[in-house]
Design a protein around this ligand. Structure first.
Ligand code: ATP
Ligand code: MG
Length: 429
């Protein structure tokens, strides 16, 4: 038998819609049992939930999960039961997952209500042989009652039933659907991205939010946008003097590419443009001077950077962006700092500037540019992986020039990429 090397939590449910109760359960189990990942597995067509009227379609439920888990790297979406035709039973799914992933131990996560019904499920004994069962309290069930139910099930089905320490969260999909029908607020019951989607498609009879036009707010927004643009061009005026022609043209290319990507991924245009404009502001300073400036201004350098000064412009650039160009936004400074080496777990803005630097229209040296340019507007993390992969291959000719942070970034994005592929579980971020 293959050795079990990873622990996977399975959060099964109808998710009609997914809500914070589900997410808190998943995160709690991840922490408490040291899981490697938690897969959210929407049921395709559960026998006890046939009436679809006033409910979301399968595609909508999947999309809501996708939006809810975006941004949590150890959450994934598992379509095992979605793909099945007709009815699905948990024992069959769990047995199939065990066969498919022999290296994984499964932890099936349930709320107490599901535990009380557990003996009525098909083949509870087989479920117990296929996984451990993790149960969270719900509906104000007392500790004693839950402990009793856990013990009863342990004895009856010879299974491993574990208790999850989460608070009692009085929230359910049914209750959320009711609130929508009654026109009550659902704010904070679900992630904003899910609420936005429910509104957009009018799911559960939800009326699109009719925002009254707020003239003052609109004016303020326009004013800030104007001020932002003016700030940008005053930076540009100073910067032009510091860069040679070709670097300046490249800089504008990065700025506009970053802005376009920001439009796709919902990032602030001002942040993307400012970071793009200033990313290379220290690039044309001679290497010796870069080092002396860092010493003078106490910008810490690693031993590697001391011997590879072409990397320094990123950190020194962030310093100058703050001091000389008056940028206070730490996210923008972060994007400048990491635009050359990359790093694990980058923010969207950081990935955008890193990628824009690689793909802006005047670049023509890198391999597979057309493919990577397309990916840049579809999937930031996958695009990071593809760029880092090519960079690693390129640097392998001179491994002594390989920065540790780049290597760590590569490993991080490779892991994300592999986990999507291997599991045959579609993970969207
Ligand atoms: P519905 O009201 O439609 O039954 P639900 O909120 O119970 O929806 P499901 O998709 O049925 O959501 O739940 C999936 C799993 O998550 C079940 O095991 C359920 O017990 C558990 N669960 C859902 N919400 C909570 C919660 N607030 N606290 C604890 N467990 C929960
Ligand atoms: Mg339920």
């Amino acid at each position: 038998m293959e050795k079990k090397t990873r622990k996977i939590g399975i959060m099964g449910g109808t998710f009609d819609p997914i809500h914070i109760g589900h997410l808190i359960l998943g995160e709690g189990a991840y922490r408490q049992f040291g899981l490697n990942e938690v897969w959210f597995m929407p049921a395709g067509n559960p026998p006890h939930k046939q009436n679809r009227e006033g409910r979301a379609t399968d595609e909508q439920r999947v999309e809501m999960i996708r939006r809810a888990i975006a941004g949590n790297p150890h959450f994934a979406l598992c379509l095992e039961e979605m793909n099945a035709d007709g009815f699905t039973y948990s024992y069959r799914t769990l047995e199939a997952l065990n066969l498919r992933y022999p290296d994984a131990e499964f932890y099936f996560i349930l709320g107490a209500d599901s535990l009380f019904d557990f003996h009525k499920w098909r083949e509870p004994g087989r479920i117990c042989r296929a996984c451990r069962i993790v149960v969270a309290t719900r509906n104000q069930v007392s500790d004693e009652k839950l402990d009793e139910a856990l013990e009863r099930n342990r004895e009856q089905f010879q299974g491993e039933f574990l208790k999850l320490d989460t608070p009692n969260l009085d929230i359910s999909s049914g209750n959320i659907r009711e609130r929508i029908r009654e026109g009550q607020t659902i704010r904070y019951y679900l992630p904003d991205a899910v609420i936005g989607y429910i509104r957009e498609y009018g799911i559960y009879g939800c009326q699109p939010a009719a925002e009254p036009f707020d003239r003052q707010a609109a004016q303020e927004q326009e004013d800030t946008q104007m001020a932002g643009t003016q700030k940008l061009w005053s930076i540009d005026k100073k910067l032009r003097k510091e860069l040679d022609d070709s670097r300046y043209r490249h800089t504008l290319g990065v700025m506009f590419t970053a802005a376009s990507m920001a439009m796709v991924f919902g990032v602030s245009l001002e942040q993307a443009q400012t970071a793009g404009l200033l990313h290379d502001c220290a690039k044309c300073i001679p290497n010796e001077k870069k080092i002396s400036m860092c010493r003078k201004h106490k910008v810490p350098l690693t031993a590697f950077e001391e011997t590879h000064p072409f990397l320094i412009h990123a950190k020194l650039g962030a310093y100058l962006a703050g001091k000389k160009y008056g940028v206070e936004d730490r996210e923008v400074l972060g994007a400048i700092t990491w635009h050359t080496t990359g790093k694990p777990e980058m923010t969207k803005l950081e990935m955008i500037v890193y990628i824009a630097d690689y793909i802006e229209p005047q670049r023509d040296k890198a391999p597979r540019l057309a493919e990577i340019r397309r990916l840049a507007f579809e999937d930031l993390e996958e695009c990071m992986y593809q760029i880092l992969k090519d960079s690693m291959a390129y640097l392998s000719a001179n491994p002594e020039n390989l920065d540790r942070t780049t290597e760590a970034a590569y490993k991080y994005y490779k892991k994300l990429h592999d986990s999507r592929k291997q599991q045959d579980v579609k993970v969207w971020k």
